[in-house]
Design a protein around this ligand. Structure first.
Ligand SMILES: *[C@@H]1O[C@H](CO)[C@@H](O)[C@H](O)[C@H]1NC(C)=O
Ligand SMILES: *[C@@H]1O[C@H](CO)[C@@H](O)[C@H](O)[C@H]1NC(C)=O
Ligand SMILES: *[C@@H]1O[C@H](CO)[C@@H](O)[C@H](O)[C@H]1NC(C)=O
Ligand SMILES: *[C@@H]1O[C@H](CO)[C@@H](O)[C@H](O)[C@H]1NC(C)=O
Length: 564
């Protein structure tokens, strides 16, 4: 804005209005030096004839600060600015140790030639508040009762700092019922700085148990709020509900440890509890737990816990202890006779339905175990595993099937080269039968004794026809069988003679059949002949039979022929 010294008064008024509209504002820090610029824009310093700084109060009254003609600076300030103002080389006004009263309009007047230029600048002073301090902190709160939680204060700010209360980082708004916030601002008479104080009265709820209450100071000089340390207090409320927790394996079985944990929802929680164990009341101090070690089925039942001073405030729980007992009647060694029936008895006493599985000689076996007719192969070690709810019981026995020995087979066989004979006697029985021969043989061998069976073999070279006995025996009895063995040396001839006699028999039979056939043929011819000769005589009623003579002749004829 440009103005001539000689312009009219009306113009001056307009120019002042213009400057008011366009002034710059600078912010200074309290107690620091403020530099108020003289914005001479494009004007050159050497062209400036006179520079003058003045201030303007809110009521438009003014005061001089300093003026300069070239290097010659004259301080014209009053006592308020005495010793605090100076001019920089580029004509800025420096105010040291800024006070709140320095907040006003400063105008730089510059005379260049015949023109006067005015540059007004508004100065404001900021003072950062002190950090929040909390006084009168609550130590205990009662549910639903409006209680002073704390008084937060911050000092020496300009402008006055704002104090807010935060609960879990969310600001609280006063509603005069459960939240009541009262804020007061006090200004220091000498410095003019403001102190803000805020009291929070609060009606706590159970959910506030771990809530964080913080006081925050907000100020335009700060980029982030100043936070107090959280207010810590205890919320007291009585127990309304007791709960009882069972800490154990699931399901609970005999031998397990079971811990009962009692909880009350009051605050502070009780330090001791009463446990009602099988009709007995046990007080546990400085703990909320009671442990039953190595429970048995006798521990099944209802358990209760309550407040020490109020049995009615209680919780109960039912505990069922699973158990499994087995008794096997079959035990150790079980000796049974062949062909007997057998079903081992297993008595199971359990709290639930157990699973039973059988194995024989460590291999899975069918269940239930039952034999209608025992065989030697049924002998073995039987084990049963009974399980339920993680409980496992086992029982085992060895079954031995016994029987007097029998001889299944007694055989002879000529060796491939025909030099000797191998006799074989297969015995079945248990305990293992011993095999005895009535003859001394060589190369005696025996197969392994499996499933009650054993085969014994000997080699002999019979020089004469023999009857050989095989005798098998065990402690339960014995059996014997015999076998004819013909001599090796005469056997060939013996066989030939047998063949010859067979041939003779065959020839004799052939001759007889031939004679019979011939006789039949002759008889047939004779019959046909007779029939023809007699055909005419049938009607005469003559006897059909031939004469006695004829019959006789025929018989003779036939018998003669048979004798041929
Ligand atoms: C005056 O000079 C100082 C540095 O010497 C500078 O920071 C400031 O901006 C200048 N003021 C003006 C109005 O040019
Ligand atoms: C425990 O069992 C008893 C008898 O069966 C029953 O009366 C009671 O209500 C049960 N208690 C709980 C907590 O289930
Ligand atoms: C078998 O041999 C023994 C001697 O080695 C003998 O005493 C016994 O009589 C013989 N038995 C038969 C049946 O030949
Ligand atoms: C041996 O037995 C056969 C019949 O099997 C008989 O023909 C033979 O004569 C017998 N030999 C001796 C030496 O007894």
């Amino acid at each position: 804005m440009r103005l001539t010294v000689f312009s009219a008064t009306a113009l001056l008024v307009i120019s002042v209005l213009e400057t008011v509209r366009g002034f710059e504002t600078i912010v200074g820090q309290y107690g620091k030096t403020i530099e108020v610029p003289c914005n001479i824009e494009n004007a050159k310093l050497e062209d400036i004839f006179l520079t003058k700084w003045k201030y303007t109060n809110a009521d438009r009254s003014t005061g001089d600060l300093l003026k300069a003609r070239g290097q010659n600076v004259t301080i014209t300030a009053d006592v308020e600015y005495l010793g605090r103002v100076s001019l920089t080389e580029n004509l800025s006004l420096r105010i040291a140790q800024a006070k709140l009263s320095d907040q006003r309009m400063y105008t730089c007047m510059v005379v260049i030639g015949t023109d006067i230029f005015e540059y007004p600048v508004q100065v404001t002073i900021l003072k950062t508040p002190s950090g929040p301090m909390i006084a009168n902190q609550a130590k205990e709160m009662e549910i639903g009762k409006l209680t002073l939680l704390g008084e937060c204060s911050t000092k020496d700010a300009n402008p006055a700092a704002k104090v807010v209360w935060l609960k879990n980082n969310i600001s609280l708004e006063s509603d005069e019922k459960v939240i009541k916030i009262t804020t007061t601002v006090q200004t220091d008479k000498t410095t003019g700085l403001a102190s803000t104080s805020s009291t929070l009265e609060y009606a706590a709820v159970k959910g506030d148990l771990n809530a964080k209450f913080v006081c925050a100071v907000q100020h335009k000089s700060l980029t982030s709020d100043l936070l107090s340390t959280p207010v810590e207090f205890i919320i007291n409320y009585p127990t309304e509900k007791v709960s009882l927790q069972v800490i154990s394996a699931d399901p609970i079985k005999e031998g397990d440890n079971v811990t009962l944990k009692c909880k009350a929802d009051g605050n502070p929680p009780p330090s001791s509890y009463s446990f009602h164990i099988k009709g007995k009341k046990v007080k546990v101090e400085n703990s909320d737990s009671y442990t039953l070690t190595s429970v048995t089925r006798a521990n099944t039942g209802e358990y209760k816990c309550s407040l020490v001073d109020n049995d009615a405030m209680a919780a109960s729980v039912n505990i069922t202890v699973m158990y499994l007992d087995i008794t096997s009647i079959a035990n150790g060694k079980v000796v049974k006779q062949l062909d007997e029936s057998f079903e081992p008895t297993l008595v199971v006493n359990a709290s639930g339905k157990p699973q039973v599985s059988w194995s024989k000689n460590n291999a899975r076996w069918k269940s239930p175990l039952k034999f209608d007719k025992l065989k030697y192969s049924d002998s073995g070690v039987y084990e049963c595993v009974v399980s339920m709810a993680g409980l496992v019981r086992k029982a085992s026995f060895e079954l031995i099937v016994q029987g007097a020995p029998v001889i299944n087979k007694l055989t002879k066989r000529r060796s491939n080269n025909g030099n000797f004979k191998v006799l074989s006697c297969e015995a079945e029985g248990s305990p293992k039968p011993t095999v005895q021969w009535s003859i001394n043989g060589t190369n005696a061998t025996e197969t392994p004794y499996v499933e009650g069976r054993v085969t014994h073999r000997i080699t002999i070279i019979p020089t004469v026809n023999l009857t050989v006995n095989c005798t098998v025996s065990n402690e339960l009895g014995q059996a014997s069988k015999s076998l004819d063995v013909s001599t090796l040396f005469e056997e060939v001839t013996v066989d030939k003679q047998a063949e010859d006699s067979a041939d003779q028999t065959r020839v004799a039979v052939g001759v007889v059949i031939g004679v019979i056939l011939a006789a039949v043929a002759i008889g047939l011819i004779y019959w046909i002949y007779m029939k023809r000769t007699r055909q005419g005589t049938w009607k005469t009623g003559e006897k059909e039979d031939g004469t006695q003579e004829e019959s006789k002749k025929l018989e003779e004829n036939q018998s003669q022929k048979a004798e041929v």
